[in-house]
Structure formats: structure tokens, C-alpha cells
Design a protein around this ligand. Structure first.
Ligand code: SF4
Length: 467
């Protein structure tokens, strides 16, 4: 039977530590071997939002271990620790929890992994918050204060009208990008994705615009999985938002994630640029229609879409386009690496981000590959650390483990060779008409260029015996 944590001090200020744990296998955290990775870091927004929901009787500190892991033992003992983790961070979260619990500090865990693998997480922490923590966080803190922490809090979907601004004043240095959230969820339903349904979950525009003005960094990443949505109503909201951002003149340059239909509406493109958008990330996912069918994302080529022309339309409005692809689909064979690199060139993308198709828990893909006995890294929870999307954790239908690694190397060698990088950076300068556009293009291209060899050697060293 589990011991119930004792009531905390009833007077005076209590301390809560909110931690984003590091997984050193995630390349973006590796700035020692590749300093360009620092240019792709952004603030861990979820913890800053919770900090904004923390009552004044709690002193809150946020630690992003991506900037360095502090010596917790030499710091004042907190009264409560909150950890948020993606799947790849789960082991680090459990190790952290063990060290704090050994010191008698209760630990609460939230985030997508704890939501999808609640029983597993409960074995390592005192309490789990599933779903979105916003609306239950104050209850968690009040219960912790009186020593009545429950094992499980179900956050569900937060009321977007009550989402508080993030504490952008915390974590003052070390980031190129500040971060902001406008909406949650996505109206599409790709088989490999754990993002929840959209269902009109958008924040009031005046609050979003005011919060944008509170961000100290001049560059901002809007973290929404799909900033514009797909329906007429969602796109009208995006237009209204962009108009309000432009009127506010906060002078921020930002980028966000959108679907390819962003290119279909000239007014939307014009408004986004006027609102400060310098670039978008779009999930192209696969260079083949069969691949898009497998991932249930034929949305990308609906109505005979010409993807190259769509990218051109975005470029004509002075914005950069980064494209993401997944490698390791059932339809992928030897040669897919070159195909992805060629598609990236053909579409005219400024950046290509290719990831191994990864079965994250809670997705249809995970259920399928687990049922088919195709998980290579399946010693859970230890193997979650490989679920970074940069490590082949599955047995692919037509690619042996080593072939999948080589194909990934092919994409990055094909797309990130120096002559191409110079060409892309020059184009970025021309397209955006701004040195900032060229600098962002240069930083991201070099970050990927140098990661390709670091990732390749790490992968070769980490080959699992069953692969
Ligand atoms: S479009 Fe992107 S965010 Fe939406 S379901 Fe597909 S992968 Fe997920």
C-alpha cells in the first residue's frame, strides 16, 4: 500500500518545481557537438502555462533540462515536483521522480505519455494528471498542500476561455524562440498521430494577442498542431487572429504549423505575412500517394493538388516552408531516402525534417505494429527513450533496420549538401526580403546538416540485437 504524502506547511509560501526532463538522444538538445541546434530551441510552453495557473501561495520555478541538468541535491528542497513528458522523456521523468521521492518530495506527472500510459506512470510517481492539466492544476496544488493528493486527476479538455497566459517571464535566457498557443487539437486524424480532435478549441483572440506582446523573445513559435484548421469557420478565425496581430504591432516574427490548405487562400496568406509570419511547417509525410493513403493523410493531395505550386504560393507571400516526412512506411523500399530528398527539392522546400515512422502509444499505428509483433524497441519503459522519432524502433515491411538507417542518411545527404544549402539560403533572402529569413534558413539547414552524421553514428552504436 502506498504512503500518503504528509500535509505540507500550512503557513508561508510553498515551492513547486516544474520540470521538462531531458533525453540526450534528442538531437535538438545536443549543442555541444552541434551548436546550430541551439537555434531550434523553444520554451516548454505547457509548464509555463501551468506556472500561470499556480496560485500566489506557491513559489513556482520552471526547469528546462534541455538547457542543462541542475544539481537538484544542492538546491533547496521543493514541496512538490511536477513533470511533463513526451514518450521519449518518460524514462528521464521516472528517474527524476525516483530521486525526488527518495527525498520525500511528492511527484505529479502529466503530459501525453502519462495520459496514454497512465498505469505505467502511476507505478513511478505519486499522482498522474491525464489530458490537459489547466483546469485541475489548482485542485492538485490544494490537495498536495493538505496532504490529500489523489492518485489520478482527469484533466480532459480544458476550457479555452479560461486558459491563462503563460509565465513568459520565467526561463529568461537561452532560447531563440519564445512560444505561444492559440488552439489545441487538429481536425485531421492521421494514423500515426496522437493529437486530439479540434472541436472548436480556440482561445479568445484578444487574450492571445495580448499574450504575444508579453513574450520577450523577438522570434516566436506558435506551437499549435494546426494553426489554421480546415473548415471555413476555423480559417475565418485564423484570419481574424492575424488581423488582430497585425493591428497590435508587437513586432514579433513567428512561425507555426499548418496544413497544406494554407496555400489555398490568398487573403489568409497575405494576412499571415502582415501578422509577422516568416515561415510555416507542413506535414508532407510521404512523397507517394500510396504512402499518404497508408498514413490516412490523402488530404494533402485531395482535388489533384499540385504540391509544388502550393509551396510557391506561400513563397510568393514571403514566407518560408519547412516540410516534414516520415520514413519507414509499409510502402517504403530501398531508394525512399533519395525520393524524399528529391520531393523536397521539387516542392522547393526551405527545410526538410525527416523522421522515422514511430508508433507512439495511444495511436492506431502503435496498436497495429504491436499486434503484428513489429516493435523492435519494446522493453518498456526502458525503451521509451528511443521513441524520439529519430530512431527506428519498428520492424519495417521492406527495409531492414540497417537499410532504414541508410535511407535516412540518404535523405539528409541528398537535401543538406553545401551547394544546395547556399542556394536555399540565398533564395530565403530573396523570398523574405530580410536578413532574418536568410539567417533562419542558414541556422536550420546547418543544424540538420551537422546532425546527420551525429545521428548516423549514434544509430550505428545503438543497433538493437533483435533488429
Ligand atoms: S495533420 Fe498533423 S497534427 Fe493533424 S492529425 Fe495529422 S499529423 Fe496530427
Amino acid at each position: 500500500m502506498r504512503d500518503q504524502p504528509a500535509p505540507l506547511a500550512r503557513r508561508g509560501t510553498l515551492r513547486v518545481l516544474l520540470i521538462n526532463p531531458v533525453n540526450e538522444l534528442v538531437s535538438i538538445t545536443n549543442t555541444e557537438e552541434n551548436a546550430w541546434n541551439a537555434g531550434r530551441r523553444w520554451k516548454p510552453l505547457g509548464l509555463l502555462v501551468l506556472a500561470g495557473r499556480t496560485p500566489a501561495e506557491w513559489e513556482v520555478e520552471v526547469i528546462d533540462e534541455n538547457l542543462g541538468v541542475p544539481d537538484y541535491g544542492s538546491r533547496p528542497r521543493p514541496d512538490l515536483v511536477g513533470i511533463s513528458a513526451f514518450t521519449s522523456q518518460a524514462n528521464a521523468a521516472y528517474a527524476l521522480a525516483a530521486s525526488f521521492r527518495a527525498r520525500g518530495v511528492p511527484v505529479v506527472m502529466g503530459g501525453v505519455h502519462a495520459t496514454m500510459c497512465t498505469e505505467e506512470a502511476l507505478a513511478h510517481v505519486d499522482c498522474v494528471v491525464t489530458g490537459e492539466a489547466d483546469d485541475v492544476w489548482e485542485t492538485v496544488l490544494a490537495d498536495a498542500r493538505r496532504g490529500a493528493l489523489q492518485r489520478l486527476y482527469r484533466g480532459g479538455y480544458a476550457d479555452m476561455n479560461r486558459v491563462r497566459p503563460a509565465r513568459h517571464d520565467l526561463l529568461p535566457g537561452g532560447y531563440i524562440f519564445g512560444s505561444l498557443q492559440v488552439s489545441r487539437g487538429c481536425p485531421l486524424d492521421c494514423s500515426f498521430c496522437s493529437v486530439t480532435a479540434f472541436s472548436g478549441r480556440r482561445r479568445p483572440i484578444p487574450e492571445v494577442v495580448e499574450e504575444l506582446g508579453q513574450i520577450r523573445e523577438p522570434l516566436v513559435l506558435i506551437v499549435d498542431d494546426n494553426l489554421i484548421g480546415t473548415s471555413k469557420r476555423q480559417i475565418e478565425y485564423a484570419k481574424e487572429l492575424f488581423r488582430a496581430m497585425a493591428r497590435a504591432r508587437h513586432g514579433k516574427a513567428w512561425m507555426g504549423q499548418v496544413t497544406i490548405n494554407f496555400a489555398d487562400d490568398e487573403e489568409l496568406l497575405e494576412l499571415a505575412f502582415k501578422a509577422g509570419c516568416f515561415g510555416v511547417l507542413i506535414g508532407f509525410e510521404s512523397p507517394t500517394v500510396a504512402g499518404l493513403g497508408e498514413l490516412e493523410k490523402t488530404f494533402n493531395v485531395r482535388h489533384g493538388r499540385d504540391l509544388r505550386e502550393s509551396v510557391r504560393r506561400i513563397h510568393r507571400h514571403h514566407m518560408l516552408v519547412a516540410g516534414s516526412f516520415a520514413l519507414g512506411l509499409d510502402v517504403d523500399r530501398v531508394g525512399i531516402g533519395r525520393e524524399i530528398a528529391a520531393a523536397g527539392h521539387h516542392y522547393g522546400l526551405d527545410v526538410v525534417n525527416t523522421l522515422f515512422l514511430t508508433p507512439l502509444p495511444g495511436t492506431r499505428l502503435f496498436t497495429k505494429l504491436q499486434a503484428e509483433g513489429r516493435l523492435v524497441a519494446d522493453n518498456f519503459p526502458a525503451d521509451w527513450r528511443y521513441y524520439t522519432l529519430t530512431y527506428p524502433v519498428s520492424r519495417y515491411r521492406h527495409l531492414a533496420w540497417g537499410e532504414a538507417v541508410r535511407e535516412m542518411h540518404e535523405v539528409n545527404c541528398g537535401f543538406y549538401n553545401f551547394p544546395r544549402i547556399v542556394q536555399r539560403v540565398s533564395r530565403a533572402l530573396f523570398r523574405t526580403g530580410s536578413p532574418l529569413g536568410a539567417l533562419i534558413s542558414l541556422t536550420t539547414n546547418l543544424s540538420y546538416r551537422f546532425n546527420r552524421s551525429i545521428d548516423a553514428s549514434a544509430l550505428a552504436a545503438a543497433r538493437p540485437p533483435s533488429a
